[in-house]
Ligand binder design. Structure first.
Ligand code: NAP
Ligand code: GFB
Length: 316
């Protein structure tokens, strides 16, 4: 007998595909998981989202769908990052409430935190000051997920919460050269540089620091959050501050995984974005002290191998 129907929005994306892999590896008894993408419903549209809820009749929702991109896309399309994400998250909350959904987990990002802050950043600091101007559209939209969760909890007693991942990468990522995040963008650039016998060029100085999480590690934590994490306040899903890495080191790891022998260059005329957004994973460690993260070089190796094997069909 099916006890729970879990709707995963963004099911065709980087994180959604990883959640699907985790669920398919150990299919849970008495549960149906439904993974949807934008072809199944336009979540920026209330009627389309309503029709999806009427078809699926979810009892739980993992809301991963979003208008997503790297630093350069965020700088160029601030209005779209704001509006599309606001519309999607509002429609999801309204419909979860209308359908009596028992649990909703939505996704923020560590770029929502204030730009001027102390480190490490923790979950209590989201609304303490303006985010970095490069991604203010996305950051302000995502901050409101936290506000909406609290309001639905306080007025209606809804079990809606959010998770805050750091920079994610892995199989099925968006490898577009212009709009993607740094790891998929650099994997694609390194692949092309190797084919053409040209230098591998990294945007910016390579000095900014980031905490990266492999999509399969995050997927396991997302499934845990849906089942076990019941605070309305968010939880950061991240490796610890000690595992923060410089963009230049990540680029060199990609070059090694690709066996790229040519010149590695930095174009310091391009934006660096936020220097760092070091996040604490102390709250996660209190819940899951033994969780093991995949080593970043191993995860980059798996992602590079996947990209090379799937070049023809990868999102580029
Ligand atoms: P992604 O690979 O770009 O996937 C985005 C997903 O959203 C796709 O399934 C896409 O469907 C769907 N989508 C976009 N617009 C839609 C619309 N109007 N209606 C319905 N579905 C729509 O993104 P991701 O990296 O997996 O991101 C998952 C979540 O993690 C997001 O909430 C994001 O904000 C958050 N996050 C990501 C990162 C990161 O580094 N990637 C970091 C922190 C937080 P189609 O495939 O059909 O287009
Ligand atoms: O992944 P990324 O765009 O995310 O990384 P952010 C940006 C950093 O990588 C900057 C450098 O220091 C860039 O100068 N970089 C080097 C590159 N080469 C490239 C490249 O080819 N592509 C890209 N994209 N960067 C995003 C936010 O910021 O993080 C989003 O803008 C979101 O809102 C996401 O939250 C997780 O960490 O800078």
């Amino acid at each position: 007998m099916i006890e729970d129907i879990t709707l995963v929005t963004g099911g065709t994306g980087l994180v959604g595909r990883a959640v699907q892999e985790v669920i398919e590896a150990a299919p849970p008894q008495g549960q149906k998981w439904v993974f949807v993408g934008s072809k199944d419903a336009d979540l920026t549209n209330y009627e389309s989202t309503k029709a999806l809820f009427e078809r699926v009749r979810p009892t739980q929702v993992l809301h991963l769908a979003a208008f997503v991109g790297g630093l350069f896309a965020n700088m160029e399309y601030k209005v779209q990052f704001w509006r599309k994400n606001i519309l999607m998250q509002d429609n999801i909350m309204v419909l979860c409430h209308e359908h009596g959904v028992k649990k909703l987990v939505s996704c923020l990002s560590t770029c929502v935190f204030p730009d001027k802050t102390t480190y490490p950043i923790d979950e209590t600091m989201i609304h303490n000051g303006p985010p970095h101007p490069s991604n203010e559209g996305y950051a302000y939209a995502k901050r409101l997920v936290d506000v909406q969760n609290r309001m639905y909890n306080s007025q209606y007693g809804c079990n809606y919460t959010s998770v805050i991942p750091t920079n994610i990468f892995g199989k099925h990522d968006n490898f577009n050269l212009k709009d993607s995040h740094v790891i998929p963008g650099l994997i694609h650039k390194c692949y092309l540089a190797q084919k053409a016998g040209e230098p591998f060029t990294i945007m910016g100085t390579g000095k900014p620091l980031r905490q990266f999480i492999y999509s399969l590690d995050l997927a396991k934590l997302m499934v845990w959050a849906l089942r076990e994490y019941n605070e309305p306040d968010p939880i950061i899903l991240s490796v610890g501050p000690e595992d923060e890495v410089a963009i230049g080191d990540v680029a060199r790891s990609i070059a090694r995984a690709m066996d790229f022998q040519g010149e590695v260059r930095f174009d310091a005329t391009k934006a660096d974005g936020q220097f760092k957004k070091t996040a604490s994973n102390a709250k996660l460690r209190r819940y899951l002290p033994g969780f093991k993260f995949t080593d970043i070089d191993d995860a980059i190796g798996e992602t590079v191998a996947w990209f090379k094997a799937n070049y023809a069909s990868a999102r580029t």
